[in-house]
Design a protein around this ligand. Sequence first.
Ligand SMILES: [Fe+2]
Length: 233
Amino acid sequence: MNLERERQLIARMGARLTVERDLRDFCAHGEIVSALAVLVAKALGEDEAFCDELAVAGMLHDIGKLELADVIYGHRDDILAVERSKYVRMHPTLGIDVLRKEGGYSEEIISFIANHHENCDGTGYPNHLEEDEIPYGARILRVCDVFAALVSNRTYRAAFSVDTAIVEMIEDVREYDMRVFLAFLKVVYGPEFAPVKELIDKALTIEVDETPLVEANAVAAAQETHAGDRGEE
Ligand SMILES: [Fe+2]
């Protein structure tokens, strides 16, 4: 699957970011979620057309955050963590507008992105959907997104190992589609995981930006929201 168009869109919108590391993190996270989601979909027996849509949705799932780059990545000390978190919660819906404006993205792709923070137990956002009210592709993205965040460095914590990340996820397993979660486990402990592990290891070499302000904000945000604990917002 060629994701050049999606990489260009991220680069164009990512020009709004002021810290280069944020853009590199954003791209690395998109690449990991995209590659992993395709493997999980394949393990679930999905066809190539579905996998291609998921590859695109995985790459662009957080694109709405770049619409709010100033608030989310602006490293501003005049925005409270609770306020920032309110804006972060708008990003799945903002992603719909970005993709509609860009054109050429299917309604399936748009629905996967719009619902990638919904949890099967109804604790997600923006609409607190449950189980199969959540589009199938979004349920796959959810598992991959949480995992990708856990195995990445955050300003307020070091990356978890793969095994620790899985233990963390098992604690919250009610949030995930069980069939998807089992396929995900099979992938992570199977030989096909190697290229994704390479992407994860490469992302860990991105230098940590030592901006105290960001750290302070992030710690506060982490304490406020459950999603913040996992760093996947
Ligand atoms: Fe997201």
